[in-house]
Structures are given as C-alpha cells and as structure tokens.
Design a protein around this ligand. Structure first.
Ligand SMILES: [Zn+2]
Length: 200
C-alpha cells in the first residue's frame, strides 16, 4: 500500500501538550456535543494547530461548518479522534452524558484553537476564548458523528479504524458505533501503532 504524504504535524510527544474540553449545548440545529482542543503550555504553535486543522478539513468560523475528516471512536466515556493519514490519535476525556449522547449518534463539533487556553479553564473562559477567536479566525471547526462510514474489515477489527492498514500489530482502539436502525450497535475496533490512542 502507499504511504500517506507526510504532514507538518507536531511530533508525537507534543500531543500531551494539548488541552481539551467537552460539553453539550443547544444550537439552532439542536443539541450538539462540542470538543475543544487547544495548545497547552509548551504545546503546538498556531501554525502547527493550523496544519492539524487543514489535515482534518476543518474550516474557520466564517465558512459553512464542514464535515471533518476525522475518525471518532469512544473508549468508555473518552472520545478518541484521529485524522486519517496523519499523526497519532488524541484521547479527549469526556463524561458519561457526553459519551451517551455521541453513542446515540449525536452530532459532534470539533473545535481546534490556535492559541493557548489554560488547562482547567472553566466554561466562562472557554466561551470567551471561542468568542474572541471568531473574528480573527483563530479557531477551526468541523462536525462529525460516530456513525461515520466504516468498512466491514474495520468493524470486524481486522483493519485500522483510521487508515485501513491490515498488517499488524493492531491494538484495541475502543468502540465505533453504527446506529442506522436506531439502537446503537457497538463494534470493538482496532488501530495501527500510528493511530493507537495515546495514554494521557
Ligand atoms: Zn492506522
């Protein structure tokens, strides 16, 4: 198989220097599960965050909200997201309410911020961070759901859930859910070393 082109992503070790927040909010399109990812202290530069956003097909807030080119699976109540063809997966700690909403097929909006937001910032700081980043276009956004299209091999745990790689070692990577019949159906999926979720 061909290798994906190298993207200017931060090295694997930088992933620990990302900070994440999750919450559910009502929008004109109904309830949405949000996940905000920003650099933490010593984390990626704004240029590196932009490279991740571009690899994931995220858009600045002045543009229509695109479908993100990311893979989202759940590990318990954590979300694990990866950009196919690039770096390792990112584990986003959530809570059971967020995970249940997503497991039932709820829309997830992933927001990538260019600049530092102190880890542990509360909801008011998160909201002012986002509001302050809208006009200068210092955030990128995209939507996805768990019911992304997976191949049969991915659902059977025989191919990486991100890049379809089938030659091992493939390691457990949480659960993907398909919910075309209403009730979510969970599949134990696997990932190649490049897309295995980091332990944070
Ligand atoms: Zn992979």
């Amino acid at each position: 198989m061909t290798m994906a082109p190298a993207l200017p992503l931060p090295p694997r070790t930088v992933l620990g220097a990302l900070a994440t927040w999750t919450w559910i909010d009502s929008t004109p399109d109904g309830l949405v599960a949000f996940a905000l990812v920003t650099p933490a202290a010593g984390g990626p530069t704004a240029e590196q965050m932009q490279a991740i956003a571009e690899a994931a097909d995220l858009a600045t807030p002045d543009l229509p909200l695109p479908g993100a080119r990311i893979r989202l699976v759940l590990q318990g109540q954590d979300a694990v997201i990866a950009v196919p063809g690039s770096g390792p997966a990112l584990r986003i700690p959530a809570d059971s309410g967020w995970a249940d909403f997503v497991r039932r097929g709820g829309t997830v909006v992933v927001i990538l911020g260019a600049h530092l937001l102190a880890a542990g910032a509360g909801r008011p700081q998160v909201e002012s961070y986002i509001m302050g980043a809208l006009l200068p276009r210092q955030i990128w956004m995209g939507k996805t759901t768990l019911a992304a299209e997976y191949t049969a091999a991915q659902l059977r745990g025989e191919a990486c859930v991100c890049c379809h790689r089938v030659d091992g070692p493939l390691v457990p990577a949480g659960h993907a859910y398909t919910s075309t019949t209403g009730a979510p159906l969970g599949w134990a999926v696997v990932a190649c070393p490049a897309h295995a979720p980091e332990e944070s």
